[in-house]
Ligand binder design. Structure first.
Ligand code: AMP
Ligand code: MG
Length: 535
């Protein structure tokens, strides 16, 4: 029997490039920095690199694309997904978009360091766009180099996959490839540039369209382009809404609001803080997109932001995310208004977002506490808990995971001695002042009483709680350890994290050290508690 050569398997990726086939292109083919008018994208090819080395790939994403493990181990795979070679059918381009950054209109931004290779048509008829991040400059690079460093690429690769396995809508990551070249970065913009290893991530999503793609033509009064892009989006990515027309535009915006509300509920559930929720980082599909200075809540501090650039205003801190998402939706509504011509339906959808978020959040929190539904008493318990947790210096992930270990029949102490599953989550052994600990025990007593009324077996409740309270998240310090080891040439920790985070809701006894709370050394360390947009 003739075995197919692995390279043939890779070549068997089928492309059907709707975006470039159906939307207007920039007619300038030179890769020079510029404003791009009247076009949704500019054609541009990735920049070749000297010595690419595959550091990791996601076998699940590969499988979705129809790539087997053997193909992923070939030199061709590494060459293609670092940008050194194009496959037949690829039609690379950078998308043109704008955005509101930190509340201000920033004009054209665009794919400054992302190059879309084309849309793979999967075996089951879906379109998945391949996008290289860090593969060289594009017309949208402005004053930057179009490159990405290993630390930020590794963080994007691992977190995309971790979020997917947590069940949270996200862009995916196929591969993480070191370029073998160095990139200069001033990590904290404080005059200390250093050379860092470069890397390229291949991201995968049904679409990489952002709110900013619609805002840019709207800001320029280019309604024809805006309409073409909206029609394209509805016809290709929201087929269930019917053919594009002013009525379906309204239904579409409503659907974007609905998905965004769901995404915010999900981020809040697991303690994810995006860090840069500018409108150019908001996916039109409601996916988590653009992993930069993101972080995970460790001690439950609702005002925490991982992004040093945001440390003053805390615009993008944990608690503010749902509100900012709504603000971003309002910017999108403004952009779409000329196509719809009426404010009311847009306003209604933005208002409805709040209701959807609040209902979704209440249900989600009730589920985290093991309740089957969110009634008045459950809501009250949740509210009280939200007041107490920030006063305790307590790890969010461990606290919620351990709640399932409490038995409804147990009786918390009358004094300030907290039960062991709660103590295990505290960052300081004493955990808040005596009054707070007593209040916590009071809360636990009422909570357990309420749980005892729910009925059902303990085991069943535990199973439900463990399905929404992960044991494993990509803790900031774990990502940092993976980075430091990879920079020393040891990539085994990336593989270990990737594999562990495949099953975030399962107890994995051999890997319990990866579920531990942040060690003291990481409390104020760069990369663990402080990140910047420099990447
Ligand atoms: P971000 O804050 O990462 O979402 O990026 C905001 C904008 O800056 C986007 O248009 C990016 O494409 C662009 N950008 C960020 N880093 C670079 C870079 N190294 N080279 C070119 N463009 C970049
Ligand atoms: Mg971005």
């Amino acid at each position: 029997m003739n075995m197919p050569l692995p390279s043939e398997t890779l070549d068997s990726l089928r492309f059907d490039n709707r975006f470039t086939a159906l939307l207007p292109a920039d007619d300038n083919l030179h890769n020079t920095r510029r404003q791009v008018y009247g076009a949704c994208y500019s054609r541009v090819v990735p920049m070749p690199v000297a010595a690419p080395r595959l550091l990791a790939y996601s076998r699940e994403v590969a499988a979705e694309l129809g790539l087997d493990e053997e193909s992923c181990a070939t030199t061709l795979f590494t060459e293609v997904f670092v940008g050194n070679r194009l496959l037949p059918g690829m039609d690379p381009y950078a998308m043109c978009y704008g955005g509101h950054q930190f509340g201000n209109w920033a004009g054209q931004l665009g794919d400054g360091r992302a190059i879309n290779l084309g849309e793979v048509l999967t075996g089951d008829g879906r379109h998945l766009t391949l996008q290289l991040k860090g593969a060289g400059p594009t017309p949208d690079s402005r004053r930057a180099d179009g490159l990405a460093v290993l630390r930020s690429s590794l963080r994007e690769f691992l977190c995309s996959e971790a979020m997917h396995h947590l069940g949270i809508p996200t862009t995916r990551a196929l591969s993480l490839i070191a370029t073998g070249e160095e990139v200069e970065r001033d990590m904290f913009y404080d005059g200390h540039p250093r050379l860092e290893p470069g890397a390229v991530v291949c991201r995968v999503a049904p679409s990489f369209l952002r709110f900013g793609n619609y805002e840019l033509p709207a800001s320029r009064g280019d309604l024809d382009l805006l309409r073409r892009l909206v029609d394209f989006t509805i016809a290709n990515d929201f087929t269930e809404l019917g053919p594009p027309c002013p009525e379906s535009y309204q239904r579409w915006f409503k659907e974007v609001c609905r998905r965004t509300a769901r995404l915010m509920v999900e981020w809040m559930r697991v303690g994810f803080v995006h860090g840069v929720m500018n409108t150019d980082n908001m996916s039109i599909l409601g996916l988590t997109i653009d992993y930069g200075p993101y972080g995970w809540l460790e001690d439950f501090d609702p005002g925490w932001t991982p992004n040093t650039t945001d440390a003053q205003g805390r615009r993008y801190c944990y608690n503010n995310q749902p509100h900012i998402a709504q603000w971003n939706l309002a910017q999108l509504a403004n952009a779409l208004y000329p196509l719809i011509g009426r404010v009311e339906p847009l306003q209604e959808a933005v208002n409805e977002y709040s209701e959807l978020f609040v209902d979704g959040w209440n249900e989600m929190m009730a589920a985290k506490l093991g309740f089957a539904m969110a009634g008045t008493e459950e809501d009250r318990l949740v509210k009280e808990l939200m007041q107490l947790l920030p006063r305790l210096d307590i790890d969010m992930t461990i606290f919620f995971r351990n709640l399932a270990e409490l038995h409804p029949a147990m009786e918390p102490a009358a004094d300030g001695e907290l039960p062991a599953p709660v103590t295990a989550a505290l960052y300081r052994p004493e955990g808040g002042d005596e009054g707070t600990r007593m209040a916590m025990n009071g809360w636990l007593r009422r909570y357990l009483h309420r749980l005892s009324l729910v009925g059902g077996s303990d085991e069943e409740r535990r199973r439900r709680m463990n399905a929404v309270n992960p044991r494993y998240v990509l803790r900031n310090y774990l990502a940092q350890m993976a980075i430091e080891r990879a920079e020393q040439g040891d990539i085994s920790f990336i593989a270990l994290l990737l594999d562990t985070l495949r099953r975030p809701y399962d107890d994995q006894p051999q890997r319990s050290h990866l579920a531990e709370k942040r060690p003291e050394w990481a409390r104020h360390k760069d990369g663990c508690s402080m990140l910047s947009c420099s990447s």
